[in-house]
Design a protein around this ligand. Structure first.
Ligand code: PXP
Length: 237
């Protein structure tokens, strides 16, 4: 059965808007686990715009399922991952000015660099996933680079505005997943998945895990609003 890893970055985004101590992504992660999440994901960005080093340290101590650290392939992150030892490291491209990850890693174009980087992660005892577009040349390169997992970028599929395009892009993901599995890679997918576009994936054995953040945190805010307001009203009236 497919698994769900929950990305709690945007709980930290709300906290950082005030630079205080709530809402705490560590607490959100514990609640996600209690609800049945199979893993917790955080992206420690170079600019620390949401998740902080303290969050990562505490999550390593408290996560009872699996901790997936998304990060850029930099020397700083190699040192942090080697020390913290998340259960999975997902390498993603990172640009300072982007709002969120904008596409897959160009593994084919950076093969020698990534081979060396992944070797160092593995020497530290880490398991590595590469976030890639669902294209055969990137998947082949991920295998050659030494990754054990690929995470297929579903952002383009998620942005499709009509059924025909969505189906075509979904089929591309399906082919990519089958190709990756035929090479012995494990397959997860994520980015932009929500309560509507996830439906095409139901029952598909090709995808082992889903990595979902924004839509879950968005829904948590909305479904929690009624209760939060009622609780405040009770204190006021
Ligand atoms: N996978 C990767 C590699 C990502 O960078 C992100 C966004 O942080 C996600 C999955 C989750 O995407 P979303 O927040 O759109 O669900």
């Amino acid at each position: 059965m497919a698994k769900l890893e929950v990305n709690v970055d945007h709980v930290a985004t709300v906290r950082q808007a005030r630079r205080i101590d709530e809402p705490d992504p560590v607490t959100a992660a514990a609640l996600a686990e209690l609800a049945g999440a199979d893993g917790i994901i955080v992206h420690l960005r170079e600019d620390r715009r949401h998740i902080q080093d303290r969050d990562l340290r505490l999550l390593r101590e408290t996560v009872k399922t699996r901790l997936n650290l998304e990060m850029a392939a930099t020397p700083e992150m190699l040192a942090i991952a080697s020390e913290v030892k998340p259960d999975l490291v997902t390498l993603v491209p990172e640009k300072r000015e982007e709002l969120t990850t904008e596409g897959g890693l160009n593994v084919a174009g950076n093969l020698d660099f990534l081979k060396d980087y992944i070797r160092k992660l593995k020497e530290a005892g880490l398991t590595v996933s590469l976030f890639v577009d669902p294209h055969p040349e990137q998947i082949n390169a991920a295998k050659e680079a030494g990754a054990q997992w690929v995470e297929l970028h579903t952002g383009t599929y998620a942005e499709a505005r009509d059924e025909l395009t969505a189906q075509k892009l979904f089929d591309e993901l399906l082919d990519a997943a089958r190709h990756a599995r035929s090479l012995g890679l494990r397959v997860k997918c994520g980015h932009g998945l929500d309560y509507v576009n996830i439906k095409r994936f139901r029952g598909r054995q090709e995808f082992e895990e889903f990595s979902i953040g924004h839509s879950i945190v968005s829904r948590a805010v909305l479904v929690g609003m009624d209760r939060a307001v009622r609780e405040m009203l009770e204190l006021i009236k």
